[in-house]
Design a protein around this ligand. Structure first.
Ligand SMILES: Cc1cc2nc3c(=O)[nH]c(=O)nc-3n(C[C@H](O)[C@H](O)[C@H](O)COP(=O)(O)OP(=O)(O)OC[C@H]3O[C@@H](n4cnc5c(N)ncnc54)[C@H](O)[C@@H]3O)c2cc1C
Length: 166
């Protein structure tokens, strides 16, 4: 899911820094969208990220994060502007899982499996180690929802293509 976003909206640096490592499976990304109280309606998400110039400070709580305990990176949807309608002001952040402040708590399913997790980011300093050593942000506020729509469309296209290939 992160790859198509980077292809469509990432900078040259983000594309050359992250895409090859997705292909080589050197990087394992997990998806930090859902929150307690924010599932289907992502416009209600509450995790906040404050732009500090060379980094973000992220405060929030994600849930159902598949394989967060295996992943070395997470792409997060976070609220970066409180003063706009709920469907705007959301950014797509690329975060290293070993960033200070990030905390993964397992959710054990009724079947006894450990697949999903809660991810807490209290005062997480979100830095990008792969490109400029500073911050990485894709999909700035005003158009973030249209970005997400395009991601969904790309997914549908990929699913259709894979079905045809099969
Ligand atoms: C095994 C598993 C793995 C997951 N992995 C991840 C992950 O890696 N990262 C991540 O971010 N999330 C993940 N999720 C979360 C998942 O993708 C959904 O976001 C989440 O399950 C939906 O939110 P919710 O449970 O709060 O349900 P709600 O959003 O509260 O929905 C509850 C019910 O109401 C229905 N509903 C909601 N809105 C409407 C509406 N407007 N009209 C009619 N019906 C409606 C829904 O269809 C559903 O049946 C995972 C979930 C599961 C079960």
């Amino acid at each position: 899911m992160c790859g198509p976003v980077l292809i469509a909206f990432g900078t040259q640096e983000q594309q050359s820094g992250f895409l090859p490592k997705i292909l080589s499976i050197e990087d394992y990304w997990c998806q930090g969208y859902s929150e307690p109280g924010s599932g289907s309606d992502l416009a209600s998400l509450k995790t906040r990220a404050e732009d500090k110039g060379d980094h973000y400070v992220v405060n929030g709580h994600k849930i159902w994060t598949t394989h967060a305990h295996n992943a070395n990176r997470i792409f997060l949807l976070v609220r970066t502007d409180q003063n706009v309608k709920p469907q705007a002001g959301i950014s797509f952040l690329l975060v290293d899982m070993d960033s200070p402040g990030i905390n993964v708590k397992p959710i054990i399913t009724l079947a006894g499996d450990h697949e999903v997790n809660e991810v807490f980011s209290m005062m997480l300093l979100c830095q990008n180690h792969a490109v400029s050593g500073l911050k990485t942000k894709v999909g700035v506020s005003p158009s973030s929802f249209s970005h997400m729509s395009e991601v969904a469309a790309t997914h549908q296209w990929l699913s259709r293509s894979l079905t045809i290939l099969r």
